[in-house]
Design a protein around this ligand. Sequence first.
Ligand SMILES: [Fe+2]
Length: 320
Amino acid sequence: MKLTERLGILASIARAKRALRLAPGGRPLLASQAHDLSLDDFGRMDDPALAAVWLGHATVLTHLGGKWVLIDPVFSKRVGPRIGPVIQFGPRRLFDSPVEIHELPPIDFILISHAHFDHLDSRSLEVLKSRKTSVITALRTRSLIPRGYRQVVELDWDQSLTIENVTFRAVEPRHWGARWYIDRHRGYNSYLVSSPTISCLLAADTAHTRTYDRLADEVPDLALGVFGIGAYDPWTHQHATPEEAWDMFSVCGARHLMPMHHSTFILSNEPIDEPLRRLYAVAGPEQAARIVGVEPGEIWTSAPSPGERGMGVSAAGRAV
Ligand SMILES: [Fe+2]
């Protein structure tokens, strides 16, 4: 291996470690405040055809077609069943969201992929509810959405819905949708979100599947694929490994990959830094630049730059 390739891999691993802010021994630290998002940051997401930022776990804020789209908003300190206003079970969040829920821009659409507690957070949905916000969710999950939204629409796989400038298409992932184990009638979705000029795939939770392959032919400008890369040990039948996520991303035709579903809540047995390490390893130094928005609060935009169709820009304005 050439020296430049080795240096590239080392830089990528260092970047992944920085993202996780690991102490010696692999213990996760709370994220620093370096990527706290401000109004100025959201202002920079307005102009490009597509912008996206990972807020931790499966929560991703995107802007396209002039609309703000938020998927699987989870801002609570823990994810799990709750008893009353105080007692909540479930894993604790390892770092704060880069933005407080009340500091978000006015959300036009909330997408809910499925009813698992780490994706459908009732407390967050209570705080977010607005008559200006539409919720798009999976089949037979409407009853879990608090009242007070403009509308709640359930989408079945391959159903599409266009509201104003944005089209949402539910895509079949390989997962399951029960919230309480016995309510297995509930649906579960990935979403293809498109403006007239650009698209992104919000895959949400999925094991390895060939469902997204056809997008390479069907979607002319799939700029971004957001794929989960964690919680695969021992749940490989529900969550893709980093290698499987890279394979699905590569085949679906997306230009950039934003990883999620890692480093935020400990849900599984793999070391917390393993998903990103393995993702950078499978990408290799030649493709590592296609992995974007790795750090919480790191804004990625599709704004073209000379010689590059898309670039990432951190909250601090640093090109990555
Ligand atoms: Fe999940």
